[in-house]
Write a protein that binds this ligand. Sequence first.
Ligand code: NCD
Ligand code: ZN
Length: 357
Amino acid sequence: MGRTDCVIQPLMTDQITLRRPDDWHLHLRDGAMLAAVLPETTRHFARAIIMPNLVPPVLTGADAAAYKARIMAVMPARADFTPLMTLYLTEETDADDVAAAHASGLISAMKLYPAGATTNSASGVADFDKVRGVLERMAEIGLPLCVHGEVTDADIDIFDRESVFIDRVLDPIRRKTPDLRVVMEHITTSDAVDYVKAANNNLAATITTHHLIINRNDILVGGIKPHYYCLPVAKRESHRLALRSAATSADARFFLGTDSAPHTDPNKLSACGCAGCFTAPNTMPILAHVFEDETALERLEGFTSLHGPAFYGLPVNEATLTLTKGTPAPLPEKLITAEGEVTVFDPGFDLLWQVAP
Ligand code: NCD
Ligand code: ZN
């Protein structure tokens, strides 16, 4: 009898339906910029953790309530979107105010910026012992701490700031307050991936869209690319690959936080350009591309829609979002706002995936 050859046909997927995604790290800004960028998120996402680095920052429960009201006032008609508010932790933060804002359901996390680490972080923490009382209270009440994990010491190379932060700041905090639930945000290194994997379930990490796409060469080779400059800055290729592997691994401690951070073009294209990539409009098509590349499309839903709610103790979204694959579907390259144009992150490849209307 002749041998029967088994020809394995590659499984072609051109449509995928997920529970509606959430964004666990988002900058919505304020005023005219808020009104312009909010629909770009509500179109695809059901909830987002809203960063408090406004000028002035969102410091108290009263500030968060007022900011939430400003967001709701410009909510697009028919949007089904819940902003999850945060407070900006400073050395003066009042633990009772934090506990009250948490108890009332107003805030979902506190945000720790080391002083001077990034955009609008001047009021951040310089002496971590001064926030010990608040951190202990947060551990008691189960309120997560979202951490911008970079040291700011002038003698530490910018590409090492995340790994040094883990050793010098984050690990000591977690040892002193083991019950504190911590999200290491927008991780950029294999060191952070390894640190999270080695930890217990009180530690999770968000990964941005752009850090899955660009490495530091993309910023610096062949002419400087200000639209790829963000903080933490993208690292070498081996780190990008570690992030892709973590994001697509089905490990529930890794989930999406886009860190979509709009700045107008004049503020980006400047001798002292602002840090931030604006990824809200095209994150979902880009992620579908990445997960397909990694033959992990079936894990996209975990990363965007399941792992985050599990960490925050929230229900998953009942609504769904469908992505379809077809011919290239270019999105507008810029968002026009009353403050100026904002360039949308360019992944450097055609977007074949698009969100079904
Ligand atoms: C953010 C911003 O512009 O507010 N910028 C950025 O590069 N990610 C701040 C931040 O999250 O670090
Ligand atoms: Zn951010």
